[in-house]
Design a protein around this ligand. Sequence first.
Ligand SMILES: Cc1ncc(COP(=O)(O)O)c(C=O)c1O
Length: 367
Amino acid sequence: MTAPIPPVDLSIQHAEIAEEVEAGWAAVLAKTAFINGPQVAEFEQAYAEFSGVEHCVGVGNGTDALEFALRALLIGPGDECILPANTFIATAEAVARAGATPVFVDCDPATFLIDTKAALAAITERTKAILPVHLYGQIAPVEELRPVCAEHGVAVVEDAAQSQGARRNGVVSGSLGHIAGTSFYPGKNLGAYGDAGAVTTSDAELAERVRLLRDHGSPAKYVHSSLGFNSRLDTLQAVVLSAKLRRLAAWNAARVAAADYYAELLGAVSGVALPTTLPGNEHVWHLYVIRVAERDRVVQHLRDNGVGAAIHYPTPVHLTEPFAGAGVGAFPNAEQVAGEILSLPIYPGITRGQQERVVAVLTDALG
Ligand SMILES: Cc1ncc(COP(=O)(O)O)c(C=O)c1O
């Protein structure tokens, strides 16, 4: 019996950093510096440099990162934020939790990235931000949004949760807009050992507001200049993230190699639409998403045969209960792809043999 192939295997990454993490955690435990230990600032500095921005502010998770980015821009009730319908629900939650109104738009049918023309057409006098989501590991064409956004005073807030290290025309994820939120959920390209996230920006004022928001509005201990939240990046998580950040470029390269191998193997399989990379993008393959007919049957066949297929995401956000309103048919591309997409296992360390087995089982399902 061959071992099942999971959608993501984090144990391979852990084996590589285990000693470093143990030593780093021992240092934190020795000082009991669990909150705001020096390792947090060290990671923030390293991640800001990696992302090509002046400031990185570590927070508790990616959803908070996006909410704080919006709040730092003073976005709130009465304001509208434009975002793609096909994203993880957290993008919309962040908007709603900031008190603003999410305005969904459709996606490009080839890349599944936000339809920039639809986004620009949705701008009203209430629009305060557009949130391009760098879905599956490639960056949305933010440059198509920027000029019109600048004209209308609309901020570009990147949802960079799935794109750590990705580049667009040489510019790295998290540095293409006014401010960005990212997630270090364990399965992300840069994943912690629990929840974690960060905001990146080169705007010092926005960064300072996020620092206050994450820590009870507190510029100094027991001084509170505004209301905030409790959403700091744990020191123990910062140790893990620093160890992983040192290897992220190599791990992203391994994902690229795995994606190239899937493309080679799947080229010969009929009935599969391969993922499309937008020209100018260096994709980091957070997910390898193909399209097939009879998707649910195919997913079941893969799972029944030990291949961890997943769906990101089965329901566009405008059709989820909390955000229902626009209704079926509002965003046809997002709705159509939601019924056809399927994510094949991809992670640094997946072997060519495993990929061959994934494709063999898939071919069998489609045959
Ligand atoms: C596109 C996107 N946005 C936001 C988030 C939210 O991040 P978190 O789960 O860390 O809150 C995630 C990940 O879960 C995501 O994939």
